[in-house]
Design a protein around this ligand. Sequence first.
Ligand code: ADP
Ligand code: AMP
Length: 214
Amino acid sequence: MNIILLGPPGAGKGTQAMKISKHYELPHISTGDILRENITNNTNLGIRAKSYMSKGELVPDELLITIIKERLLQNDCSKGFLLDGYPRTIPQADALNMILTESNKKLDVVLDIHVDDGELLKRLSGRRMCSCGASYHVIFNPPMVEGICNVCKSKLYQRDDDKAEAIKNRLVVYKKQTQPLIEYYTNKGLLHIMDGSKEIQQIFDDIKTVLDKI
Ligand code: ADP
Ligand code: AMP
């Protein structure tokens, strides 16, 4: 199964992706995680991406398209994949179509997680991350031990772009550059809207209902 998770920052894509990936044994490909790893490792890509990310801007399409092309060629994607945070622009979506067509693959479903702006602000400002990709919230989804990841026991951190100014910009950028993908994938008959305001487990149950029909 080849899946895209769409939705604004803070909608719960990463949270649901961890569950989907485990349940359906699909590689979770988060372009945000790939970029953050490159920043940590001080690679050329990381150095180029950092200034865009800290301001809440999108990293240029050509960099993302190269990243996703290389990642989708890896063996673990042969039986399917789960994209989280890609595509974020129409050119990225067009590039994905080309990449998939070249390898005789196709998208099965685009899950669009809807949450209103007020809730997104609360979610992003209280988010705490782990380097393993797990995402927590100080109130809505706290870890068992404060500040420590349940999964890998590492120390949690707050993302640079989860500060007030960057959050506001990310929501503006989402509306302008990413929201048009809703119509794009609706026109392809692939879009399923998920109510992201529910409890985490309830949303996952709704997602399973959609995916189990595919
Ligand atoms: P995204 O990957 O879409 O940016 P995350 O999965 O990181 O979003 O979730 C953003 C924040 O909201 C995190 O702090 C997460 O724990 C919390 N969260 C995720 N889903 C829900 C939910 N259904 N209800 C309340 N909080 C949630
Ligand atoms: P995320 O972890 O998905 O919230 O992404 C964090 C940041 O990484 C975004 O605000 C962008 O700066 C950058 N980023 C991640 N994925 C993409 C993408 N597909 N296109 C452009 N920039 C991206």
